[in-house]
Design a binder for this molecule. Structure first.
Ligand code: C2E
Ligand code: MG
Ligand code: MG
Ligand code: MG
Length: 288
C-alpha cells in the first residue's frame, strides 16, 4: 500500500512490476542456494599474442550450472549477485579455482596467464579482496606474475583517487592489473597515468567495426597509441574475423581474444590446445 501517495505522487503498481520483483527475489534466493551447492564453474577463453597467434593466457568466465535451467550465463546473474552481496563469496570461489587451474598448468611447464574479473562490490571491500587474492595465490602456489585482475573502467572511475590507492596495494602482491571494457567509461587521461595498471582491454564494441569503412579504426588507433605512450599492453576483446585481426595487427595491438581464436572452453579443452601448441613448436626441431 502506498500510504504517502498524494495527488502529485501517484504510485501505480502494475502486475508486470510485481512479476519482475518476484522473479528477482527468486533468482536471489536461488543464487544463495547455488553458492552452498557449488553450482558455479569456470570456462576459460584463450587469449593470444597477435603477432604469433599463440595462446599466452586465458580469461576465466563464470557460468552457473542450474539444476533445472541448465547453464546460465553471467549476464543473467552477476548484477543480482552484486546487489545482494552474494558476489563476494562467489568471487572468492572463482579466484580460488582460477588460481588452482593456472597453478596446475604452471606445474606442467606452461606459462599461461590467468585473467580474473573483479566486480565492483569485491573492489569496494578492499581489505577483504587483498586477503582473498593473497590466500588464492598462497594456497595454489601460482606465480603472482601469472595472475591478472580485470577491473572495469566504470568501477575504477567511480572514485578515481581511492581506486588508484587500492590498485597500488593490489600491485604490491606482484600480480598484473587490467582495465576491462576500456573506452566505455570516460576515464580522464590524468587518471590513467595514476593507475598502476599493465593492460588496457579495448572493449568489444570498438572491435566490431574496426575493419569497416567509416568504422572505429581511428579510435582503436588512438587507444593503441595511448597504451604505447603509457607503457601498457593493449588487448582487444571480441575478435571474430580475420579482417579485424589484420587491422589490429597493423595498428600494433599486442594481444587479443575472441571467437576467431576460441570460445570460452573447459579447462580440459584449453589444456589440449596448449599441449598441441607446445607440440607444434617442438616439431620442427632438427633430429640431429
Ligand atoms: P567481459 O569480462 O568483458 O568478458 C568478455 C565477454 O565477451 C565474455 O562473455 C566472452 O564470452 C565474450 N566474448 C569473447 N569473445 C567474443 C567474441 O568474439 N564475440 C562476442 N560476441 N563475444 C565474445 P560472458 O562469458 O558472457 O561474460 C560476460 C561478462 O560477465 C564479462 O564481460 C564480465 O563482465 C562478467 N563476468 C564473467 N565472468 C565473471 C566473473 O567470474 N566475475 C565477475 N565479477 N564477472 C564476470
Ligand atoms: Mg573481463
Ligand atoms: Mg571485457
Ligand atoms: Mg566487454
Amino acid at each position: 500500500e502506498a500510504k504517502a501517495a498524494g495527488k502529485d505522487c501517484h504510485v501505480v503498481f502494475q502486475p508486470q512490476m510485481q512479476r519482475a520483483v518476484q522473479e528477482r527475489l527468486e533468482v536471489e534466493m536461488d543464487l544463495g542456494r547455488a553458492v552452498g551447492a557449488g553450482e558455479f564453474f569456470l570456462d576459460y577463453q584463450p587469449a593470444v599474442d597477435l603477432r604469433t597467434e599463440q595462446i599466452t593466457g586465458v580469461e576465466a568466465l563464470v557460468r552457473w550450472n542450474h539444476p533445472t535451467r541448465g547453464v546460465v550465463m553471467p549476464e543473467e546473474f552477476i548484477a543480482i549477485a552484486e546487489e545482494s552481496g552474494l558476489i563476494v563469496s562467489i568471487g572468492r570461489a572463482i579466484l580460488g579455482e582460477a588460481c588452482r587451474q593456472a597453478a596446475s598448468w604452471q606445474r606442467q611447464g606452461h606459462r599461461i596467464s590467468m585473467a580474473v574479473n573483479v566486480s565492483g562490490r569485491q573492489f569496494d571491500r578492499h581489505g577483504d579482496l587483498l586477503a582473498v587474492v593473497l590466500a588464492a595465490l598462497d594456497d595454489s602456489g601460482l606465480d603472482p606474475g601469472l595472475l591478472t585482475l580485470e577491473i572495469t573502467e566504470t568501477i575504477l572511475m567511480r572514485d578515481a583517487d581511492r581506486s588508484a590507492a587500492q590498485l597500488l596495494d593490489l600491485k604490491g602482491l606482484g600480480l598484473r592489473l587490467a582495465i576491462d571494457d576500456f573506452g566505455t567509461g570516460y576515464s580522464s587521461l590524468a587518471y590513467l597515468q595514476q593507475f598502476p595498471v599493465d593492460v588496457l582491454k579495448i572493449d568489444r564494441s570498438f572491435i566490431r567495426d574496426v575493419a569497416t569503412a567509416g568504422g572505429t579504426r581511428a579510435l582503436v588507433h588512438a587507444f593503441v597509441e595511448l597504451g604505447r605512450s603509457f607503457g601498457l599492453e593493449t588487448w582487444a576483446e571480441g575478435i571474430e574475423d580475420r579482417h579485424q585481426l589484420r587491422c589490429l595487427q597493423d595498428e600494433g595491438c599486442d594481444s587479443g581474444q575472441g571467437y576467431l581464436f576460441g570460445r570460452p572452453l573447459s579447462a580440459a579443452a584449453v589444456e589440449s590446445l596448449i599441449n598441441e601448441q607446445t607440440g607444434a613448436a617442438r616439431e620442427p626441431a632438427p633430429t640431429a
